[in-house]
Design a protein around this ligand. Structure first.
Ligand SMILES: O=C(CO)COP(=O)(O)O
Length: 255
């Protein structure tokens, strides 16, 4: 076993006006400086606000040990790409991470593994840690294809130059996102073990240091059970990351 410190990451998705985002991040910063301070060596914490709030959230941190990331980036550094944001722009604001390949982008924007890999490569080139999301649909799980789909997505989405420490993988079964349903602990363990094995084939023993997050209906009530599973190295949290108390409780679920 390596000393992989869990990463508790909040994906705010398309939620929050400025006042909401600032109130949330201030509450988290206050907690990390107060009650949460005693637990700081048990997890790293990250929030991924909508692009409009990244700069104000970073300004509001006041030195709190809380990283800030984007929810997506374009694969290019600059150029004629209306509405897009580059990894270098996120880095310029002070972001440290960027989510790529979230299933909502794979669905809503038809992103495929090749595009996700290009985005992840851009993140690495810009000096950000890409959080590469993979996960099967319910039909794929019912057809017994979950492991094969996740392996294919991982291999297709992992960029050249990936190591165990410069990328993070998030396993998010599509059918568990926002539904209140989660896979069994055994199913989560099986998929995470497979992800690490596939990663080992690509990056060798660096895979021991690779953080593999679970995402999909993580709540205060199930966080401890999920975080205790072998090869689960943190959580990518959607809905429950919008409430400071819930997000904090999830972090406290880390072993
Ligand atoms: O998609 C997710 C995080 O990226 C998970 O969302 P929920 O936690 O709302 O299910």
């Amino acid at each position: 076993m390596s000393a992989r410190r869990p990463l508790i990451a909040g994906n705010w998705k398309m939620n929050g006006r400025k006042a909401d985002g600032l109130a949330l991040v201030r509450a988290l910063a206050d907690w990390l400086a107060g009650e949460g301070a005693a637990h700081r060596d048990r997890f790293d914490m990250l929030v991924c606000p909508p692009a409009t709030l990244i700069a104000p959230v970073i300004d509001a941190l006041g030195g709190a040990p809380l990283d800030v990331g984007g929810q997506d980036c374009h694969a290019a550094e600059n150029g004629a790409h209306t509405g897009d944001i580059s990894a270098w722009m996120l880095k310029d604001l002070g972001a440290t991470h960027v989510i790529v390949g979230h299933s909502e982008r794979r669905t809503d924007h038809h992103e495929d593994d090749e595009q996700v890999r290009a985005k992840a490569a851009a993140a690495l080139a810009a000096g950000l840690v890409p959080i590469i999301c993979i996960g099967e649909t319910e039909a794929e799980r019912d057809a017994g294809q979950a492991l094969a789909i996740v392996a294919r997505q991982l291999n297709g989405s992992l960029p050249e130059g990936a190591t165990g420490t410069n990328v993070v993988i998030a396993y998010e079964p599509v059918w568990a996102i926002g539904t209140g349903r989660t896979p069994t602990a055994q199913d989560v363990a099986e998929v995470h073990q497979r992800i690490r094995a596939e990663a080992r084939g690509r990056i060798g023993d660096g895979a021991d240091a690779l953080r593999i997050l679970y995402g999909g209906s993580v709540k205060p009530g199930n966080a401890a059970e999920l975080m205790a599973i072998e090869d689960v190295d943190g959580a990518l949290v959607g809905g429950a990351s919008l409430k400071a108390a819930d997000f904090q409780a999830i972090a406290l679920g880390c072993p």
